[in-house]
Write a protein that binds this ligand. Structure first.
Ligand code: 8YV
Length: 315
């Protein structure tokens, strides 16, 4: 059987490559010295694109692959795939839901504890000897028993809510409609009302045109100077300029962010703040989960070319 040609948009962990290369002829676009030349040369042969949540597949790349049948995303978020271009040509899209929910919930909880309890500053205070020189570390904010808001109650939001329940928190959530949830969780349809009802507001919504800047200046104002915001979804869900203003002015208490506009570049205004905890898009980045994501992406690709049903099809 001849191996189908696959265009790979970004790097994967080493262990993903041997099984991919056993089944497919892989062309690494991200390593090409001349991207346009590579697209022109291999595009006509490509039947699948293997990509990541943060990289997706643009209309330009899709157009360069006239025989494209499948875009397989190693990631749950598929917002970076040009859906119109894929749909117009009946190209299938798969992602890797379900295997990264706990990881993403964990990093949100980690950022909440780090920010509210000043854990990162506390580490520096201890290492530098400031503790001995300056005395006890400044008092921080309580976490347990506070009010949590979850903006976007999908699988990751549910995992997060379960963890926050363990902290004795009052949980409110926003979703398109009320969902079957544990007793006591409150549905709030308006993002600003959700923010007003939250000490800690977590953004876990998938990103699309209707969620773009769903956290805007009005929502940040409602969160208020004691409120803290956490984003483990996509940068575009937050109006980043309004967020930076709010952080600089102390209009909100702080933010824990795993995603940024234009990442991996960072707006230097973030680095100058002391009321933030910043992470390099690592929500799903554990060995265990990345093994599972790589396997699920490969299983979808193999299923497609074997004519079997896709495991996790987006469209
Ligand atoms: C990474 C992600 O960007 O799952 C997602 O949507 O954002 C991430 O897990 C990446 O896709 C990992 O390969």
């Amino acid at each position: 059987m001849t191996k189908p040609h696959v265009l790979q948009m970004g790097s994967y962990p080493d262990w993903d490559m041997p099984p991919l290369e056993a089944r497919f002829v892989i062309h690494r676009l991200y390593e090409a010295p001349d991207r346009a030349a590579m697209l022109a040369e291999v595009g006509p042969k490509v039947r699948a694109i293997a990509t990541r949540g943060d990289l997706g597949a643009s209309a330009e790349v899709i157009a360069a692959c006239p025989q494209l049948e499948l875009i397989a995303v190693n990631g749950v978020g598929y917002d970076a795939v040009d859906f119109e271009a894929a749909r117009a040509r009946g190209i299938k899209v798969t992602n890797t839901p379900g295997v990264l929910d706990g990881e993403c919930a964990d990093i949100a909880v980690g950022m909440m504890l780090a920010l509210a309890r000043g854990i990162i500053g506390g580490d520096a205070y201890t290492r530098s000897g400031d503790w001995a020189k300056k005395g006890p570390y400044p008092l921080q904010r309580r976490v347990w028993g506070q009010r949590a808001g979850i903006l976007g109650l999908g699988r990751i939001g549910m995992e997060l809510g379960r963890r926050l329940q363990g902290f004795g928190m009052k949980i409110s959530y926003l979703a398109r409609s009320p969902k079957p949830v544990p007793e006591g969780w409150e549905f709030i349809a308006d993002p600003a009302e959700l923010a007003a009802a939250s000490d800690f507001l977590f953004v876990t919504a998938l990103a699309n045109a209707s969620t773009r800047h769903i956290v805007n200046a009005r929502v940040l104002q409602a969160l208020g100077p004691r409120g803290m915001l956490f984003n483990i979804s996509r940068a575009q869900n937050i109006d980043e300029a309004a967020l930076l203003d709010a952080l600089e002015e102390g209009a909100i208490g702080g933010a824990g962010l795993d995603v940024f506009e234009g990442e991996p570049a960072l707006n230097p205004r973030f680095a100058a703040l002391n009321n933030v905890v910043l992470q390099p898009h690592v929500g799903s980045a554990t060995v265990e989960t990345r093994v599972a994501m790589g396997k699920l992406m490969l299983d979808n690709m193999v299923a497609h070319f074997d004519g079997a049903p896709l495991l996790t099809e987006v469209i």
